[in-house]
Design a protein around this ligand. Sequence first.
Ligand code: UTP
Length: 294
Amino acid sequence: MLAKVRKAVFPAAGLGTRFLPATKAMPKEMLNVVDKPIIQYGVEEAVNSGIHNIVIVTGRDKSPMEDHFDVSYELESMLRSRNKTELLNVARKISDLADIAYIRQKEALGLGHAVLKTAELVGDEPFATILPDDVIDAEVPCVKQLVRIYEQFHAPVLAVMEVAPDQISSYGCIEAEPVEFEGSTDKLFRVRNMVEKPKREEAPSNLAIIGRYVLTPDIFDCIRAVTPGAGGEIQLTDAIRMQLSSRQVYAYKFDGKRYDAGDKLGFLKATVELGLKHDSLGPAFREYLRSLSF
Ligand code: UTP
């Protein structure tokens, strides 16, 4: 029987250098977009995809993240004593969200290395991988879309999106052939090869890999076999490329919008667009933006 995707891995041990100085002493995963830290968007996406076991890979200075998902007795008792029930529920909901385990990546030796740290906790079953600095706004959670493909094709699935030709050199790019899925041939692809940050003229497609994956446990052996690249980093893309020689890997053009909240401009875009969509803040924020003269 096909194993269910029950666990999600969150690599959150990177150094966040693109967001200095904000990330000098604070993990970028705790940067706030509208009213919650970016990692909470990812955890909520996992939970809304039916995944309640979360493994977060942390590095130094990551304790604010652990505190955020923990019960805050002091805050809760203060809110209770002041009869602030609604706020109490907001605080309580975060610590009740999911079962979260933490594992330390002592040195930021790459995304592949971070994922490998979770091998014992994940065990012999498929798992989602969520890069928390990619915040995704979607009607159906992106991970849920990938899990559906996994359940049908019994294979690893990467989320991809179309990017402009002058942007592709910032991403991992797939070479792939279309696969018919639900009557369409432009959503699902069988991956033939992957190229990390190709030059514009050498990119095999305009399909960029973003920070959502459903992986199978054989990926751990592939990561172990990968030779570290520049700076000693072990890349997840290299391990998935290795997997291609032994099994099929799919890529799915997900429905939704992805923001790179680990990048300053991407973060501002997420703040504005998600602020505009926010239930209680949206209307006043829209009015405020309209009042600005550019
Ligand atoms: P990024 O390359 O976006 O993160 O890695 P970074 O290295 O923190 O950021 P910059 O480029 O210096 O600004 C993608 C994801 O992989 C995690 C990061 O935390 C991020 O969520 N990661 C990366 C690790 O957990 N460990 C690593 O060694 C590298």
